[in-house]
Design a protein around this ligand. Structure first.
Ligand code: MSP
Length: 482
């Protein structure tokens, strides 16, 4: 049995989940469910990033202690993932002792490895990014282009990691595919960035109190990004349960958004090399959502809440829509109108209608007799199923779903072409039953494939398709929305 360790980024809890974080989570969930279906031994990790100035400031704004604040907010994430039917195996919070202890061990290891040193530093720190920024990354009036805030000028004595000495090794790992970065465009972006020259990075902070103390100097705390990246190792027993760690590490896939690719494809593998651990096998970066053509932001008030969407449409529909309507690696624009259109065309009129019309015919023309469990189907429709599987493996979710819906269209056309009701009128009952049995078989193939994408619909379909005798569902699976 192959092992498959998959992770999402751990989300900042300063604001509640939005469709961006839901997107990564749903995609990872589809892959985890798909692998479990194949029989792999899967470990699917999620969590929340709870340290740093950003969290402390957000807590202060609402008159809470950082701990109270992160406790409440982290719960909102867990609830959102439950609403969206995310099947993670573990949920790591960076304020948990199991994580903090592992991070301290990691820092001790770094110190022993001789890859860190102390030096004075002066730089511009953006709290929104929890990262230092270069002047040429700012707007002409000196603001962070993403957060529209002025970065703080920080002058302090910090610990540094010798990132610069990993330049050649990183290029080698990436170009050889040992660290596979996808999509290709992102890989080239990372390589170009490395080839422009890497600088050492500060890994501790003097004035950030809401963070893990540096084990050998408690006047300093650990830079939150290193604390966060290490979640991928602390969750699987780093320094505590060697057998467990050995079983899961390295990660098979880190799924991330395009904005955090440098942390995952440059800093993270270099740190792992420094402590003598293997680098992740693959990092895949997806694009960013805008909403009706605009950047999603609290100020604009256009942040789309995935939980509200799930309350309106059901979680399966949110899952389906986000993965069907957008090509996973690219940027995308979300629109409520589009979501309703897709729901009606693909789910209510498409799959839902096919299920009800097929089972209607079974009821009418099989006379209580059983429909053969599976019949031989033409190569053409079997190929759609194979292609759908291949596209899931390649994280081309939209193409995978398109292929499943080609099967829906195939079954619809089959019914339209042979018109079983007319065959019955002509006395060709057996021929009519053959056509209907083919449609049922295609439905079974579709049902297996939608399982990772729409787990609730899959459960309902399975009940319908395994009933004896087969009966038309008592209510539509996806009622049309007007
Ligand atoms: N805490 C870090 C991750 C540490 S992982 C070791 C972080 N958190 S975040 O909450 O800001 O972002 C989490 C993820 O959400 C990132 O993958 C980011 O790309 C994604 N998204 C944030 N806004 C998004 C959109 N508008 N659209 C799509 N994804 C977006 O970064």
């Amino acid at each position: 049995m192959a092992k498959y360790y998959i992770t999402t980024p751990i989300y900042y809890v300063n604001a509640k989940p939005h469709i961006g974080s839901a997107y990564t989570s749903i995609a990872a969930d589809v892959l985890a469910r798909y692998r479990r279906q194949l029989g792999d031994d899967v470990f699917f990790l999620m969590g929340t990033a709870e340290h740093g100035s950003k969290m402390a400031q957000s807590a202060e704004k609402v008159g809470k202690t950082p701990q109270e604040f992160v406790d409440e907010m982290s719960q909102q994430f867990e609830q959102a993932w439950e609403t969206l039917n995310i099947s993670h195996d573990d949920f790591l919070r960076t304020t948990q002792p199991r994580h903090e202890e592992a991070v301290k061990l990691f820092f001790e290891k770094l110190k022993e490895s001789g890859t860190i040193y102390e030096a004075d530093y002066e730089g511009l720190y953006c709290v929104g990014h929890e990262a230092f920024m270069k002047e040429d990354e700012l707007t002409p009036d000196g603001l962070c282009p993403d957060h529209k805030t002025k970065p703080e000028l920080v002058k302090e004595r910090n610990w540094f990691f010798k990132l610069s000495s990993y330049q050649d090794k990183l290029v080698e790992l990436i170009t050889s595919g040992e660290l596979d970065i996808q999509p290709e465009g992102r890989k080239n972006e990372v390589l170009a960035f490395i080839q422009r020259g890497l600088e050492d990075i500060a890994i501790s902070r003097r004035n950030v109190k809401w963070a893990i103390p540096l084990p050998w100097d408690d006047s300093q705390t650990i830079y939150v990004w290193l604390d966060e990246l290490f979640n991928y190792c602390s969750a699987i027993g780093y320094g505590k349960d060697d057998a467990l760690f050995k079983k899961w590490w390295p990660a098979d896939l880190h799924l991330v958004g395009k904005d955090i690719i440098k942390f995952h494809c440059i800093i993270w593998p270099a740190l792992l090399l420094a402590i003598g651990e293997a680098v992740p096998k693959k990092v895949f970066a997806h694009g960013f959502f805008t909403v009706d053509g605009q950047k999603m932001s609290k100020t604009l008030g256009n942040v789309v809440d995935p939980v509200e969407l799930a309350q309106e449409y059901g979680s399966d529909v949110v899952r389906y829509f986000l993965l069907r309507d957008f090509s996973f690696g690219n940027d995308a624009d979300f629109s409520h109108t589009r979501m309703k259109e897709r729901y009606n065309s693909d789910l209510a009129n498409g799959l839902g209608n096919l299920v009800s019309r097929t089972l209607n015919m079974v009821e009418k023309y099989f006379d209580g007799k059983e429909v053969p469990a599976s019949v031989v189907l033409p190569e053409e429709v079997v190929q759609f199923a194979k292609d759908a599987d291949g596209f899931v493996e390649a994280l081309a979710f939209s193409k995978a779903l398109t292929n499943m819906w080609k099967m829906v269209a195939w079954a619809d056309e089959l019914i339209e072409e042979y018109k079983p009701w007319e065959l019955v009128k002509k006395g060709e009952v057996e021929k009519a039953q053959e056509v209907i049995a083919q449609a049922v078989s295609v439905l079974r193939l579709i049902n297996d494939r939608i399982a990772p994408f729409m787990p609730q619909a899959h459960e309902k379909f399975t009940a319908i398709l395994s009933a004896k005798p087969l009966k038309k569902p008592s209510e539509p699976l996806f009622a049309r929305k007007d």
